[in-house]
Design a protein around this ligand. Structure first.
Ligand SMILES: Nc1ncnc2c1ncn2[C@@H]1O[C@H](COP(=O)(O)OP(=O)(O)OP(=O)(O)O)[C@@H](O)[C@H]1O
Length: 642
């Protein structure tokens, strides 16, 4: 017998078995038990309707589900769409947030813990992968982040190679993953990459949400065969599956059939038909048992197949009559009662069986994170640059900025102080353009990353701070290069003060304000997490800042005049003017008259003093907005545990 305790301790200390052997056996065999799982959520009635009063109603999603999955077993959850499969899987995987979950879930008699989290893989229904990374890159970055710190980079790469071979991904290992608008690997390969990401940590407990959905039967068979092999190595595997073929159906050690949150069957797949026959439902024709089970769970017993001849024939469930609905409900009710009468006792006695391995998972000895902050940061930074370079360094963006810069240079061509209004207009344009541009670049950052962040954070891959720093710093070079190009072109074409001091001061102000607008974009994106709403909110805020910066309206009413104190544009505009004009400087306002620049109507509202205050205010905003973004992100990927 395997010395599980020693093996487990070894894993806690980080000494994972050599790459070639990682699929042979589970590190820490897990017995999963769940008893009387009930899950309720509060829904708002009248939501989306014109009713003024919304009533909150409780909805029962899972209605007392129990079962046991032993090491070496593969449990498949079957049921119609909306029957609660994903909800139950998420609850068992320790990731269910919101709502009220009751009942007990134990892993080797213990509740979910950090040690168990490290030993658990969770493959979500949608493949959440970066489209521009190759298969190998995707898996290597995951290995670098998830495998323990005492493994060398070389060992982690060897683990990746072993996973690639095990999952039959060698042929496409250098192909990019791809996405909706980018051709990449096939759907089946993508699914295998998602499974591979979880297999890298050699989990003893593996959850998969519909791993075969949308795949042809041969690919589905390949995936389930791989999972079957993994189960054979002493792993505990739980998956939801829609309509498995009969070949697949008989590969599962256990099947749990759900209907509207109720269990209808739990036990061996091969005994399912026998059970339903014993309670009065049997197919009279040879058919895929999974299809028959789904028909039962839908209450759709066809007269040709069902023995319940007294029930009306349901020709088209889509246009079912009230009678047929009643029939369906009656069938489902009969099946729920049959489960309670014949199966619930045996499920309970199986749960009472003390067959768990008494393994100590010393949670206190286990460090929360597999890697140091710096390791996480550097891997995430490199991965971010690789994935996002296509977006950040797109020729379209560079061309856009070049065109605007050259156009501005031509429009303001060699303007001098005799055309003060024009020059002031150029500075206002700069503060507006470089307020909006970085804001909209940054606004999309977190909404686009949301799914990935939720997935990786819920498997405890990295700290939020290392992710946040890596992502925001990774975007910086391009964010700063573009305004530098713009300013250099526009400045010299427009003939502004030709001194290095004025030029660099202006450039510094522009980059400083870009950092501030970028921070605002990050904060709005992270707080709203919806691209459309964030864009609308961002444009309203930035427009307000521009309108209140003192250029358009010089006599701003008192009750809105405070807005200028939070306006990025106002501070940028003021600082840009300060790089060109000094207090007391004059301009020719009439043929033979010189006037003070600070009295010029477009300059007066912002003035030429108070630069230190502006620099401090922008500095506070640069930090403050990023802090808001960070706090808003803290809610992503964190599940509440009971
Ligand atoms: N947070 C939630 N808010 C509202 N309804 C929810 C929530 N979570 C689950 N539900 C509802 O619970 C039911 C079960 O959902 P679940 O996703 O578990 O079903 P499923 O069997 O996995 O379906 P599918 O096969 O289509 O993925 C559905 O009716 C779903 O709308």
């Amino acid at each position: 017998m395997v010395d599980v305790e020693a093996q487990n301790q070894e894993d806690i200390d980080g000494e994972i078995t050599p790459a070639a052997a990682i699929f042979k056996k589970a590190n820490l065999p897990v017995t999963l038990k769940f008893e009387d799982i009930v899950y309720k959520i509060k829904t708002e009635q009248g939501r989306g309707s014109l009713k003024p009063h919304k009533k909150s109603q409780e909805k029962l999603i899972l209605k007392g589900i129990s079962g046991t999955v032993l090491p070496g077993e593969m449990l498949a959850m079957l049921g119609p769409s909306g029957s609660g499969k994903t909800t139950l899987l998420t609850a068992l995987g320790g990731r269910l947030g919101g709502g009220h979950l009751s009942g007990t879930i134990t892993y080797n008699t213990k509740p979910f813990s950090n040690a168990m989290k490290r030993n658990t893989g969770f493959v979500t229904q949608d493949d959440i992968l970066y489209p521009h990374l190759t298969v190998t890159e995707t898996l290597v970055y995951t290995a670098l982040l998830r495998l323990p710190r005492n493994l060398t980079k070389h060992e982690k790469t060897r683990h990746t190679e072993a996973v690639i071979n095990q999952l039959g991904l060698s042929r496409c290992k250098n192909s990019i993953i791809g996405g909706p608008l980018l051709r990449g690997v096939s759907g089946g390969e993508r699914k295998r990459v998602s499974i591979g990401q979880e297999m890298l940590i050699n989990p003893s407990l593996l959850f998969l949400d519909e791993p075969t959905s949308g795949l042809d039967s041969t690919t589905a068979q390949k995936i389930v065969s791989t999972l079957w092999e993994l189960a054979n190595g002493g792993r505990t595997i739980v998956m939801t599956i829609h309509q498995p073929s009969s070949r697949l159906f008989y590969m599962f050690h256990k099947v749990l059939l759900l209907s509207e949150g109720n269990p209808l069957y739990y036990g061996k797949g091969s005994s399912a038909l026998e059970f339903f026959e014993s309670v009065g439902f049997a197919p009279s024709l040879a058919m895929n048992p999974a299809d028959f089970l789904l028909d039962l769970a839908n209450g759709n017993i066809d007269r040709r197949f069902g023995k319940r001849r007294s029930l009306k024939f349901v020709s088209d469930p889509g246009v079912a009559t009230a009678d047929s609905h009643e029939d369906q409900a009656a069938i489902k009710q009969a099946l729920v009662s049959a489960y309670k009468a014949h199966l619930s006792e045996s499920v309970k006695s199986e749960l009472a069986n003390d067959n768990e391995l008494q393994v100590s998972t010393d949670d206190k000895r286990l460090k929360r994170w597999s890697n140091t902050w710096w390791d996480q940061f550097s891997v995430l930074f490199r991965r971010g640059i690789k994935e996002r370079k296509h977006e950040s360094f797109s020729t379209l963006k560079i061309a856009q900025v070049l065109v605007v810069a050259i156009l501005s240079g031509l429009l303001w061509w060699q303007s001098d102080i005799t055309h003060l209004q024009d020059q002031v207009g150029l500075f206002f344009f700069c503060s507006g353009f470089w307020g909006f541009y970085p804001l909209f670049q940054a606004i999309f950052t977190f909404p686009q990353e949301r799914m990935m962040l939720a997935k990786e954070r819920s498997s405890g891959m990295y700290r939020l701070s290392s992710y946040f720093m890596a992502l925001t710093l990774g975007d910086l070079p391009m964010e700063l290069v573009l305004p530098t190009i713009f300013f250099t072109i526009a400045y010299w074409m427009a003939g502004l003060k030709p001194t290095p001091g004025s030029f660099f001061a202006g450039l510094f102000v522009l980059l400083y304000s870009v950092l501030c607008s970028q921070g605002l974009g990050l904060a709005i994106g992270a707080a709203v997490m919806d691209q459309k709403s964030a864009t609308v909110l961002g444009s309203v805020i930035m427009l307000t800042f521009l309108l209140c910066s003192g250029y358009y309206v010089q006599h701003v009413p008192r009750f809105v005049s405070w807005i200028k104190y939070v306006s990025i544009s106002q501070y940028t505009f003021k600082l840009l003017l300060g790089t060109q004009y000094k207090p007391g400087e004059t301009y020719p306002c009439d043929a033979d008259k010189a006037c003070l620049v600070e009295d010029f109507p477009s300059v007066k509202p912002v003035g030429l003093g108070g630069h230190a205050v502006s620099v401090i205010a922008l500095g506070i905003m640069i930090v403050g907005y990023r802090l808001i973004a960070y706090l808003a992100l803290m809610r992503i990927g964190v599940t509440r545990r009971k």
